[in-house]
Design a protein around this ligand. Structure first.
Ligand code: ADP
Ligand code: TRP
Length: 314
């Protein structure tokens, strides 16, 4: 029996943190043995946020290194860049023509953006159409994403259904897949860990940086157990192991933070070192992306041909 297909993507918008890893990227590595997996660098999505040539180049290369350093294996996974496969933007246009504005106005990301900024660009509004195209071109069975992306995958499903109803059976309906029992990872201030809040622990942090981040965790717990330290620590050890430890060291925040630093270092160091090794060989790393994009393009172009034929434009 042939393997099922999975696809996901990350925007190259900055340095990844452990929240991105535990909330989304971790499952990429776990699934590459059992699925035919596509890992995309969503650079055209990032264009909504990054409008600077140098930064875009740097971020894209960095995300490629990140993918490889967390353990994605180009022999098993197709690692590719969205902008290398023009079928994505072409299909996004086609989807625009069958989608209403009120429908897109209900998307969480749009509502959040609107709440912050009255003059949203069309790219932000249309974001879910490009994401639907990213997904549907590859006919994945599942799309592993963080919780906040679930609605986007549902929009892709709705869009596939709508297209199938109008133009005949063309798309398979994908399912979102979330890491089970995975809560939002909290940052050093106890709020959701996010690049935009400056409360992150970078996924490839050096030892000194880990120390600095952990020491800055806000500890105003009255129970003796520093909740914000515990919330991060539980990513690395089970509650049955951690609770007695935290109870025996109640009130000793510094010691508990030092323990967390050591656990973080144990977890981060191997990936960080792998990333450094990879970075020594830029040409080889870029070749991986070139080959991945070539493979993705073959699959996407074939699907786009079928779509165009169903539209009557071929
Ligand atoms: P950020 O908020 O840091 O900008 P992104 O929006 O780029 O992160 O998220 C990339 C992926 O990482 C998404 O799939 C998202 O669900 C996941 N993610 C981001 N922050 C967290 C978090 N604190 N906990 C769990 N998952 C997260
Ligand atoms: N929107 C996703 C995010 O912000 C990134 C993304 C773009 C994606 N295209 C995708 C994820 C297709 C899964 C499938 O994290």
């Amino acid at each position: 029996m042939s393997k099922k297909i999975a696809l996901s993507g990350v925007k190259p918008t900055g340095v990844p943190h452990i929240g991105n890893y535990f909330g989304a990227m971790k499952q990429f590595v776990e699934m590459q043995d059992n699925y035919h997996f596509y890992a995309m660098i969503a650079d055209y999505h990032a264009l909504n946020f990054i409008q600077d040539k140098k930064e875009m180049k740097k971020n894209t290369y960095n995300l490629l290194l990140d993918y490889l350093a967390i353990g994605l294996d180009p022999k098993k996974t197709v690692i590719f860049k969205q902008s290398d496969v023009s079928a994505h933007t072409e299909l996004a246009w086609i989807f625009d023509t069958i989608t209403t504005m009120p429908y897109l106005m209900r998307a969480h990301a749009f509502k959040d953006a609107e709440a912050k900024n009255k003059e949203i660009c069309v790219g932000t509004f249309n974001y879910p159409m490009l994401m639907s195209a990213d997904i549907l071109l590859y006919e994945p069975d599942i799309v592993p994403v963080g919780k906040d992306q679930k609605q986007h995958v549902e929009i892709a499903r709705d869009t596939a259904l709508k297209f199938n109803n109008i133009f005949g059976d063309t798309f398979k309906l994908p399912e979102p897949m979330m890491i089970k029992d995975m809560d939002t990872v909290l940052g050093t201030d106890g709020k959701k860990m996010s690049k935009s809040y400056g409360n992150t622990i970078p996924l490839f942090a050096e030892y000194e940086e880990i120390k600095k981040c952990v020491m800055s965790i806000v500890t105003d717990s009255s129970s003796g157990i520093p909740e914000n330290v515990y919330a991060i620590h539980k990513l690395f050890r089970s509650a049955s192991e951690l609770l007695p430890l935290y109870e025996s060291k109640a009130g000793k925040y510094k010691e508990l933070k030092e323990l967390l630093v050591e656990d973080l270092e144990k977890f981060i160091a191997p990936m960080r070192e792998r990333r450094k090794e990879l970075a020594k060989n830029e040409a080889e790393v870029l070749k991986i992306l070139e080959e991945g994009s070539k493979k993705a393009k073959e699959v996407a172009d074939k699907k786009l041909n079928e779509i165009k034929s169903n539209l009557g434009v071929k």
